[in-house]
Design a protein around this ligand. Structure first.
Ligand code: SF4
Length: 193
């Protein structure tokens, strides 16, 4: 079976709404085995529109998003999924089949169109940004390895945060002094209230 042997021709269209919508529909073209995790899929989709004008606005408002202005891509993690968006194509790793991919695309399309509608209120950011890594998160945690969050170590908690399995607010020491400043920064970076 070749990597391209399972094309899926699902077409998605939004209801009616949005005259101002930047992105109208997507089309899943391939559902492949995920190289990193055979129990998951890598899914490729194509878009009806060039969505790249919204990327600098997403870069300004979205926590933990990777923006690469040279390649003109944004990448996000949702749980274990890694979603990379090009101007007219998405490549999504570690998703659970076409249905899950469709849900991710629908979520992102809504985010794109909502951000695009609000663009006059947003100062776009054009500088490159990378995704948070475990060490970035760990360094903002109290690093007490106290187990109060239910994880054995702060590093284990950092990994769980990046996988979307835990919330930073579940560390009971995060807002204690002198850890509060790092804790606030972490909440901002992860987009937690
Ligand atoms: S409760 Fe906070 S300080 Fe303690 S192990 Fe968990 S993350 Fe680290």
């Amino acid at each position: 079976m070749t990597e391209w042997s399972r094309p899926v021709g699902a077409v998605e269209s939004p209801s009616s709404e949005e005259e101002e919508a930047l992105w109208h529909s997507f089309h899943i073209t391939h559902v492949l085995d995920c190289l990193a995790d055979p129990s998951k899929n890598r899914v490729i989709a194509e878009f009806s529109d060039d969505i790249s004008p919204v990327f600098p606005y997403l870069n300004a408002v979205m926590p933990n998003l990777m923006y690469n202005p040279g390649a003109n891509t944004v990448t996000l993690k949702r749980g274990v999924r890694i979603l990379t968006f090009y101007p007219r194509v998405a490549v999504m790793a570690k998703v659970d089949g076409a249905e899950d991919a469709r849900a991710q695309l629908a979520w992102f399309r809504e985010l794109v169109n909502e951000t695009w509608r609000r663009r006059r209120e947003i100062e776009p950011r054009y500088e490159r940004r990378r995704l948070l890594g475990p060490l970035d998160v760990y360094l903002l945690l109290p690093r007490l390895n106290c187990g109060g969050c239910g994880e054995k170590t702060c590093m284990a908690f950092a990994f769980a945060l990046l996988l979307g399995e835990r919330q930073a607010g579940e560390c009971p020491r995060l807002m204690d002094e002198p850890y509060r400043e790092g804790g606030q920064r972490l909440l901002e970076l992860l987009g937690e209230p």
